[in-house]
Design a protein around this ligand. Structure first.
Ligand code: IVH
Length: 678
């Protein structure tokens, strides 16, 4: 459609939606102070997406819809940096920083000057070029002169503005540099997911940020929790005075800038800043490996200039290393509670980052191969801010001649049965359901709150029951009542607690089918996946009969999960357990909850606020949903009714502002009663 045929009201709406979304991205990702709910944000985004779909000529590269627009590439184009990206020389001791300070002072001929101290983020340096306020090109440092054009990947990072917010000092064409990094908690969660999905874990947050930016598919990059922090601004033709002011300008343009910066006028203040952060570094959400000290005045920076590849006006003042080298005595295998086999490094004890380390996980055989570690090697042991020691490298020069690479044993160290590595996965598993290393873990998982939710059947009780031979697997739980008298006589037990446990076991039979599916411990079938599987295969029988093709035809079930389900039911032992659960009376079919469409609730959106006296919020939600209504978590113009309980808060105010009908508890109950009795 040619642009002139787009109605001007649409153009205006599109502009307004973009402005709002940009503002909300900024509030959420840069300031961490969102002012609207996720639903409201999604609504704005959907509206914009729809308008852009109807009027494709309106799509611009800086539209908030274009963050994940890029197609996978084969190779990144090379770009040349307008000004080389220098690196910093390092100082490790106070003396070295004093030397740096003396040099600066003498070069400046005893003029007064100031430093700006900031944190040295442990991530990947990148450069962002903006033209007319719009992100034009984003690149890696590369060799400092030329880097890779990774614009599509960088656009997926929500804290990087696609268009600056407002124009400060006429700044429209400029370059920003900074660090892309991953927070430790995000990294941990991501690695946990990767490991449980049988994928290779990353070594540390820095490596995972670096590895992610090298990916050729921006969609995968978008799914990774990358963050950005800006620490450098360069603009042609605009008079900039100091680094400190540049950081303020960057903030005003909408870039995330670390709040932990300090102007220092003496080297003593610099050392003080360094000491403070050496102590506080673990309290930050991300890893830092030192502080960066920069001469503040840009004119003075210019006069100081650079030598070789680093400027004379700045230095990285590093923290004491949390790395050490030691000998890898051997690699043993550990069997997890659900059969995952993990290789463990047995190390010559070494003191690193405040403690003595003698063991560290090696994750899986690919990790060992990738790091090229042989048993007997001298390896690098590293401790990140999460204080978990990691083997992160090898000192090849110290490899003894004749040493051999690690070969994964063929059998489980706990039970001797053959171990198995599914195609496309990094982990080996022991599949013997009666493996002593797994018996307790499998039962614990079965009884866990998210699964069958058997109260009182925690780790200690499972340990006791297994060790005394009362149970060997989860199906045995449902025959435990036959041993009531023996249980009552046990140490720390009695009539009451045995009764409670048996009741809890009995009650678990009421749990829906998807929970049973989750509880039986099919690899990679977590609670969410179990619900998805149950929705498409609504009975155990149907699922057991499903072919690989049928399983894979369901959106969300990939080959890995299909394979795992097939393997689970191919095992005689597992089939027998499921059969026994069925006999015990557990739910083997999905219950059909009938949702009504003929009530005044049908299609209406409710928001609950405050406390109701007649029921919990959860019950209220279930009853509304059974009557065909929806319950949203926040009030918007799409809300039809707000149900107001005791001590209602801001949602009530919002409802009044938007003129949405409110129901007090009495009216709500009356409406429910009428509708349920139709
Ligand atoms: S300034 C010429 N500031 O450290 C100045 N760098 O070896 C160049 N880094 O490549 C960089 N935090 O990846 C600067 N606050 C910070 C930094 C920082 C981390 C990294 C950056 C750079 C390396 C220097």
């Amino acid at each position: 459609m040619p642009p002139h045929s787009v109605p001007s009201s649409v153009v205006q709406r599109v502009e307004s939606l973009r402005r709002q979304l940009r503002e909300h991205d900024y509030r959420y990702y840069v300031l961490a102070q969102p002012t609207i709910s996720d639903e409201e944000y999604d609504r704005l985004m959907r509206e914009l997406l729809e308008l852009e779909k109807s009027y494709p000529s309106l799509v611009t590269p800086d539209s908030p819809t274009q963050r994940v627009g890029g197609q996978p590439t084969k190779e990144f184009p090379t770009v040349t940096h307008a000004v080389p990206m220098l690196s910093l020389s390092n100082a490790y001791t106070e003396e070295e920083v004093r030397d740096f300070d003396r040099r600066v002072r003498s070069l400046l001929g005893n003029e007064t000057f100031r430093y700006v101290c900031e944190l040295k983020f442990d991530g990947v340096a990148i450069s962002l070029v903006y033209r007319e306020g719009v992100l034009w090109c984003g690149a890696t440092r590369g060799d400092g002169v030329q880097g890779d054009d990774i614009t599509q990947n960088l656009k997926t990072i929500r804290s990087i503005p696609l268009r600056v917010i407002g124009s400060k000092k006429g700044l429209m064409n400029f370059e920003v540099r900074g660090e892309v990094f991953m927070e430790r908690e995000d990294f941990r969660r991501m690695n946990e997911e990767r490991e449980s999905a049988g994928e290779k874990p990353f070594i540390n947050p820095r490596n995972s940020a670096a590895g992610t930016l090298k990916l050729q598919d921006p969609k995968i990059v978008a799914s990774r929790p990358l963050k950005f922090v800006a620490y450098y601004l360069r603009a042609d033709g605009v008079a900039l005075k100091s680094h400190y002011e540049n950081l303020q300008l960057l903030k005003e343009l909408g870039f995330p800038v670390s709040p932990h910066i300090r102007r220092c006028s003496t080297v003593l203040d610099v050392i003080e800043f360094w000491k403070e952060w050496e102590e506080k570094r673990d309290a930050l959400p991300n890893d830092i490996d030192g502080v960066v000290v920069k001469v503040d005045s840009l004119a003075q920076q210019e006069r100081l200039g650079a030598i070789a590849k680093s400027p004379r006006w700045a230095i990285a003042f590093k923290f004491a290393s949390r790395k050490a080298t030691t000998r890898l005595k051997g690699i043993t295998l550990q069997v997890g509670r659900v059969g995952t086999i993990t290789p463990v490094a047995e190390l010559e004890p070494v003191f690193v980052g405040g403690t003595t380390v003698s063991r560290a996980t090696l994750h899986n055989e690919d990790y060992i191969r990738e790091l090229d570690i042989y048993p007997g090697d001298v390896v690098v042991v590293e401790k990140g801010g999460d204080v978990i020691p990691k083997v992160s490298g090898v000192v090849l020069e110290h490899r003894a001649s004749g040493s051999k690479p690690f070969a994964m044993p063929k059998t489980c160290p706990a039970c001797g049965s053959k171990i198995f590595r599914p195609a496309g996965e990094a982990n080996y598993y022991c599949e013997n359901g009666e493996c002593p290393a797994q018996i307790k873990g499998r039962i614990e998982h079965f009884a866990h709150r998210g699964a069958m939710d058997i109260e009182g059947l925690g780790e200690a009780v499972v340990d006791q029951l297994v060790e005394l031979g009362f149970i060997k697997n989860y199906a045995d739980l449902y025959e435990l009542h036959k041993k009531r008298d023996q249980l009552v006589d046990l140490e720390r037990w009695g009539e009451k607690s045995v009764e409670n446990l048996l009741n809890a076991i009995e009650k678990s039979k009421e749990k829906p089918f998807w929970r049973v599916l989750f509880a039986i411990g099919i690899r990679h079938v977590g609670a969410g996946m179990a619900q998805l599987v149950a929705a498409s295969f609504p009975s155990m029988k149907k699922l057991m009969e499903a072919t690989r093709e049928e399983l894979e035809s369901v959106q969300g079930i990939g080959p890995r999960i299909a394979e795992s389900i097939i393997r689970f039911f191919a095992d005689k032992h597992n089939r027998k357990l499921v059969e026994r659960l069925k006999k015990a009376g557990l739910k083997m079919e999905e219950q059909h909850i009938c949702v009504r469409t003929d009530t005044p609730f049908a299609g209406k959106t409710f928001v609950l606020t405050g406390t109701l006296s007649a029921m919990t919020r959860h019950e209220a939600k279930e009853r509304i949903e059974q009557l065909g209504g929806k319950v949203a978590s926040s009030v918007s113009s799409k809300t039809d009714y707000v149900v107001v309980g005791e001590e209602a808060g801001s949602k009530l105010t919002k409802a009044r502002e938007l003129g949405i009908e409110t129901l007090d508890e009495g009216r709500f109950l009356a409406l429910l009663g009428q509708a349920e009795n139709v």
